[in-house]
Design a binder for this molecule. Structure first.
Ligand SMILES: [Zn+2]
Length: 547
């Protein structure tokens, strides 16, 4: 009898071990940049208009709630601090890429003035350095742009690509696919190739044939084309890039962390270009399906989809439909954009090249719109129209030509926008978790970060990693003689000496030299010109300590 009970207990124990859900191994974060919640319904209806059998977006079954996103000092966020907050757990300021903010007199939460400009370790950095996961970035902007930079670089100025680009290279992300060939200098390419990376520049076939990590695949000199204008023989879709990244990253036995950004939803929304915003979002939504399908097959993958903020508040319903909105058919609301074949950005480039006498024919050809003389006059007042007969001084407060063109084109439709900038609205979030351990309802950016940390088993780890790899050089080398040399703009070297040894620490790289001998680090060194401080691993001092 005793033995029988024992066997039964053993049997149940073994059974419970086997039926125990496996913990999350892989995390995919999908960010449609600048996607207003109102854009979701426009995209869903537009898709239904094109194909009446389509009633849903791919994200629809996974939408869980609303997400509050903001900067440390403003309710309306900028891309750099908003994704920084998801990645680091610290709200920050406009322009700040995963960097601690400066204290202001209008902070939303208390800010510690003594930590200003400190780089903050990201989920991607922690996944790589602490969990030995593979890491990946997929995006359609150029690679040093705010959102991908938020994952793998640190800067108080998002526009300083010569500080950000090297960090993204030297941070040794396993798979990087996106835009920005012109920013990957020969020096960076050499570094990557010397570290067993394959580098594909405008080589879609090469990328698709690549059997393993690590690799970089970049397309276009700067950002990738909008999907509605993309030549699919040359440029991969976001879905294709996501598929490739997942195929390669999933080979790592420790799992992976992947961030996929639909970068140019935001750019289209900034231009109030309705069709570009809708089609760019639908392209992103198709990439989400790739991630959901992978996660369902895999059983150990979490997918989180969340914009960083709203832009433009793109919707259907404007001054033209103040009255009679309830009488408009779907056909009436959507068909005006059927004939809009180019983004206003690309068209404005064409108009700037052409003679003004050719403008009506060009606009007729690409939009089936007859433009008035007054509208031709208006376009010539654009701030960025170099050939304008109106002096530059009188135009500099005006908007750009693509935005003027959007006003002209979308003024003929029922599309509405509230701003050329970002909005304060709450954005949506969607999640797939194999055991349905999801969040629901309204959550904040900080709660979203904490959730991601819990799922990655990184709770409390990021502040520890930050203090280990981004310690300020004044503290680390107190008592030593230090000097900062400038080799070139944004190429600085911290030189630290004792009697016998010289440690040289270049900015934005992952190596130091000790008496000219190169030593590689597992993180990047960041120099912040704003406070003339290097942020580096605190254990570097051991190279100088006397034995
Ligand atoms: Zn953004």
């Amino acid at each position: 009898m005793k033995r029988f009970v024992l066997y039964n207990i053993l049997f149940l124990l073994v059974l419970s071990l086997y039926s125990q859900p496996k913990p999350i191994k892989n995390v995919i974060v999908m960010i449609p940049d600048g996607t207003s919640t109102s854009l979701l319904s426009v995209a869903r209806w537009y898709q239904h208009y094109l194909d009446p059998s389509q009633n849903n977006l791919n994200i629809d079954p996974y939408i869980k709630g609303l997400l509050g996103t903001c900067s440390s000092d403003a309710p309306i966020g900028d891309s750099a601090p908003t994704t920084s907050c998801y990645m680091t757990g610290q709200m920050s300021q406009t322009g700040f890429v995963s960097t601690y903010p400066v204290k202001t007199d209008h902070d939303i939460l208390p800010v510690d003035a003594t930590r200003a400009y400190q780089p903050l370790a990201t989920l991607l950095e922690a996944s790589k350095q602490m969990l030995h996961k593979a890491t990946g970035l997929v995006f359609t902007c150029e690679f040093p742009h705010a959102t991908p930079a938020d994952c793998a670089a640190h800067s108080a100025k998002r526009s300083k690509y010569d500080r950000i680009a090297p960090q993204m290279v030297y941070n040794m992300v396993d798979v990087v696919i996106g835009g920005g060939v012109s920013y990957l200098t020969p020096e960076y390419q050499d570094f990557l190739k010397n570290h067993n990376y394959q580098v594909f520049l405008n080589d879609r076939q090469g990328m698709n044939d690549c059997p393993k990590a690590p690799f970089w695949a970049l397309f276009n000199e700067t950002s990738m084309p909008y999907e509605m204008e993309s030549d699919l023989k040359v440029t991969p879709t976001l879905s294709e890039m996501t598929t490739k990244a997942l195929e390669i990253l999933s080979a790592n036995p420790n799992g992976f962390f992947l961030m996929v950004e639909g970068s140019k939803v935001d750019w289209a929304a900034h231009d109030n270009d309705g069709k570009a915003a809708v089609t760019e979002f639908l392209a992103f939504d198709r990439a989400c399906q790739v991630a959901f399908d992978f996660a369902k097959r895999d059983g150990q993958t979490l997918v989180v989809v969340m914009p960083d903020h709203g832009t433009g508040a793109v919707t259907i319903g404007n001054a033209k439909s103040n009255r009679g909105y309830d009488k408009k058919s779907l056909q009436e609301l959507m068909s005006p954009i059927d004939d809009y074949k180019l983004t206003t950005w690309t068209m404005s480039e064409k108009l700037k090249e052409a003679d003004t006498t050719e403008w009506p024919a060009l606009i007729e050809k690409y939009y089936n719109v007859q433009i008035s003389d007054a509208e031709i006059q208006y376009l010539q007042t654009a701030k960025d129209y170099a050939k304008s007969p109106i002096p530059k001084e009188q135009r500099k407060q005006n908007i750009s030509m693509e935005r003027m063109l959007s006003q002209i084109l979308y003024g003929r439709t029922y599309f509405g926008f509230t701003t050329f900038g970002h909005t304060m609205e709450n954005v949506f979030y969607a999640m797939y978790h194999p055991q349905d351990e999801v969040m629901t309802g309204f959550v904040t950016n900080l709660q979203m970060h904490d959730y991601l940390c819990r799922q990655l088993h990184l709770t409390d780890s990021l502040p520890k990693l930050t203090s280990e790899i981004y310690a300020d050089h004044h503290t680390v080398f107190s008592g030593y003689t230090t000097r900062i040399d400038s080799l070139a703009p944004n190429k600085m070297v911290l030189v630290v000496k004792n009697k016998k040894k010289t440690l040289e620490i270049p900015s934005y790289t992952n190596y130091v030299t000790l008496n000219k001998q190169k030593i590689e680090l597992s993180s990047v060194v960041v120099y912040m010109p704003e406070n003339k401080t290097f942020y580096l691993p605190k254990n570097l001092v051991r190279y100088l300590e006397e034995k």
